[in-house]
Design a protein around this ligand. Structure first.
Ligand SMILES: [Zn+2]
Length: 242
């Protein structure tokens, strides 16, 4: 086993960790997307509820208007009894007749507004059902996402512990430079450890001089003695050649 084999095993575990981290980062984003899906249903539901409330308020307003007109008519009738002349009496009659017209119009409007309520209420019930169904689905999916996130987080914690244990034996003077090189590159050049494919770097796909392959072979020969091994890297991307 050479240090490069150890790094290769470490890289495999780091690959697992990267995949788990990707899930840990993705799940909260998908969770938010799911919740946002409900916004349209929530808007429809709110609008339907506002319409029902508006109609109820409108009918109450109609009823206030009608009762005010009725009070006025009663007042006019009382005043009429104390009027002295026929002309005054007739004028009051015409005022009462006008008020009665207004009352009829207000009662017609009340009937019209009341008649709109059942349809608005049934629309509200429909939007509520759509919202409830959508929310049920979203809640179930979110519960599933949360359970998966908890499970993945556990696996990630475990993988990180194993990683620390695996890296520790490499963090010694003989092999430290390989570990440091690998660790420095792994954030930006993944995977760090690559093989040549007919002289081509499998990381950046550049053709390397034949001497590079020979350097890599020399490492394989001296593999049991890390002190004699050199870091053989791609001239273009810096990846370590295994
Ligand atoms: Zn390269």
């Amino acid at each position: 086993m050479s240090v490069l084999d150890d790094l290769s095993a470490l890289q495999e575990l780091d690959g697992e960790i990267r995949e788990l981290e990707r899930h840990v980062n993705d799940i909260p984003i998908r969770r938010e997307q799911e919740i946002r899906k409900l916004a349209a249903e929530q808007d429809d539901l709110n609008r339907a509820r506002e319409e029902v409330n508006r109609l109820i308020l409108e009918t109450r307003n109609d009823e206030v208007v009608i009762s005010e007109i009725k009070e006025n008519i009663a007042k006019f009738r009382t005043q009429q009894m104390s009027l002295k002349t026929n002309a005054e009496y007739a004028a009051m009659n015409s005022q009462i007749a006008k008020a009665e017209e207004a009352q009829k119009a207000a009662e017609a409007k009340l009937a019209e507004d009341k008649a709109k309520i059942p349809a608005a209420e049934s629309a509200l019930a429909g939007f509520q059902a759509v919202y409830d169904a959508a929310k049920g689905e979203v809640d179930a999916y979110i519960a599933d996402l949360d359970a998966r996130l908890a499970e993945i987080q556990k696996r990630l914690d475990d993988a990180r512990l194993r990683r620390a244990a695996m890296a520790k034996p490499l963090d010694v003077p003989a092999t430290r430079k390989f570990l440091m090189y690998y660790d420095r590159l792994r954030k930006s050049r993944w995977p760090v450890l690559i093989r040549l494919d007919a002289g081509v770097c499998t990381g950046c796909h550049m053709q390397l001089p034949p001497a590079k392959q020979q350097d890599a072979m020399k490492n394989a020969v001296t593999a049991t003695d890390p002190a004699k091994m050199a870091i053989v890297a791609c001239d273009f991307c810096g990846r370590m050649i295994h």
